[in-house]
Design a binder for this molecule. Structure first.
Ligand code: SF4
Ligand code: SF4
Length: 74
């Protein structure tokens, strides 16, 4: 499955703004935004989505299952 068949998703409502994914991302594509989710946390966003290599390390480190890569048929 190539990188093109993978979609990077962020479930912003689950994010607790811990920053673990921001630190772990090898391409430094992630950052904590200024908007708050329904829990009152400033959630993570992809600030450089074009640099994401869909490695899924962010999913492995996120304790709240809020971020990661899924495979698509496209
Ligand atoms: S999939 Fe990899 S490169 Fe993309 S945001 Fe997650 S850790 Fe960073
Ligand atoms: S590791 Fe999960 S909870 Fe923490 S900032 Fe990243 S997406 Fe949010």
């Amino acid at each position: 499955m190539s990188k093109e068949n993978k979609l990077h998703l962020i479930e912003s409502a689950r994010c607790k703004s811990c920053g673990l994914c921001v630190i772990a991302c090898p391409k430094k594509t992630l950052g904590i935004g200024s908007s708050l989710n329904s829990q009152g946390y400033a959630y993570v966003t992809q600030i450089y989505p074009e640099k994401c290599v869909k490695c899924n390390i962010c999913r492995i480190v996120c304790p709240d299952v809020a971020i990661g890569v899924i495979e698509t048929e496209l």
